[in-house]
Design a binder for this molecule. Structure first.
Ligand SMILES: Cc1ncc(COP(=O)(O)O)c(C=O)c1O
Length: 375
């Protein structure tokens, strides 16, 4: 059998990795400034992470959600404490799309309504309501297009008000920093005003923190830059440092009942161990502080390069804006300089999403390589 051919592949075969270094089958080393779509948060192969996963699988790797799993409670406690979101409850699942799917479904259950408001260039996953809320016609099948979703320009309060006063909206879903879309952000005023309107019209505000959460923006959650309180927060990517795990944090005002949500694999022992290891390393090694410091350093270095027209984003969720399509540059960075970077919907944006443990030396190496490729 062959693979269903949906991914255009770079000709690189990683076989091992540590920290921000990936090693291919020929022993060639690459600098990873992309973390496999913003997933690697504490660095590849972190010893504490490896130890926690290995020792967990030696004991028990999985059992269903029909029995007690104290690791889930431990994860909820630790996540609440580190994120400052202690008045939320945690529901665990397996991916970002699944997190948003559960968030949207819960919003619909909670309000009894069915329309979703999402934003231009937003990305929320590839399943059912999550993909319908994603601003990309090409990945929405006729089945998905049956969902009732209005996609509005970001930061357009008048358009938002006009959509929400119809009183048929169950949820608004928003990224504090857009990932796939190209690093645009809501203003604090816009975020705060939509939060207030959501309250007024009984609409659930969903912060999609799948990419910008878990410290990447320099705060635990991206929305925390804006002084707002979402009703549901969706998480995945950096949460497991490569182990597939996702979840939603649900504000105390939304009540649980048996059977409301459910999953076979979500919150299994290995997933909890992976996510606990991530939180422990984030805390012990002050990685959020490192994300702030190295993020500022990155932006400073970027400002020295005349071909970079501007930088977007916060912490270590950054976009370098050029005035040309960066696809050939990305290719040269991989094949000539052995550096992984990312693309965005905006073709002129080079996305930078390193592990939160990245060093200034690695950043210097990147800029030396970039200068060579821009000559
Ligand atoms: C903001 C955001 N939400 C949701 C998703 C979907 O996550 P997953 O690919 O784990 O389903 C992504 C993936 O890129 C994302 O960036």
């Amino acid at each position: 059998m062959e693979l269903f051919n949906v991914y255009p592949l770079y000709d690189v075969t990683p076989v091992s990795a540590n920290g921000s270094t990936i090693i291919d089958e020929n022993g060639k080393k690459y600098l990873d400034l992309y973390g496999g779509h913003a997933v690697i948060s504490i660095g590849h192969g972190h010893p504490h992470y490896v130890h926690r996963l290995k020792s967990q699988v030696d004991k028990i790797g999985f059992y269903s959600n029909a029995v007690k799993n104290p690791l889930q409670n431990e994860l909820a406690q630790k996540l609440g404490k580190l994120s400052g979101c202690e008045n939320y409850k945690l529901f665990l699942c397996n991916s970002g799309a699944e997190a948003n799917e559960n968030a949207l479904k819960l919003a619909s259950f909670h309000t009894g309504k069915s329309k979703v408001v999402a934003f231009k260039n937003g990305f929320h996953g590839r399943t059912s309501a999550a993909v319908a809320s994603t601003d990309n016609e090409k990945i929405n099948a006729p089945l998905n297009k049956q969902q009732k979703v209005t996609i509005l320009p970001l930061n357009d309060l008048a358009a938002f008000k006009a959509a929400i006063i119809k009183e048929d909206v169950c949820a608004v879903i928003i990224e504090a920093i857009q990932g796939v879309g190209g690093l645009d952000e809501p203003t604090s005023a816009f975020f705060q005003q939509i939060a207030a309107l959501c309250k007024l019209y009984n609409v659930v505000l969903i912060a999609d923190e799948v990419q910008c959460g878990f410290g990447r923006s320099g705060k635990f959650f991206g929305f925390q830059h804006h002084d707002v309180i979402p009703d549901i927060i969706s998480i995945a990517k950096g949460m497991g440092n490569g182990f597939p795990v996702g979840g939603i944090l649900i504000h105390d005002k939304i009540k649980a009942s048996f059977g409301l949500l459910g999953t076979t694999f979500g919150g299994n022992h290995l997933a909890c161990a992976a996510s606990l290891a991530v939180l422990e390393v984030l805390e012990r090694e002050n990685l959020i502080e490192n994300a702030i410091e190295t993020g500022v350093y990155f932006q400073q270095r970027a400002s020295e390069i005349p071909q970079i027209k501007s930088t977007k984003g916060k912490g270590l969720m950054l976009g370098l804006v050029f005035d040309f399509d960066v696809a050939p540059l990305r290719k040269r960075l991989i094949y000539n300089q052995n550096i992984f970077t990312g693309s965005a919907k905006d073709k002129n944006v080079l996305r930078i999403l390193p592990a939160l443990s990245i060093t200034k030396t690695a950043i210097d190496n990147f800029f030396n390589a970039l200068k060579t490729e821009l000559l």
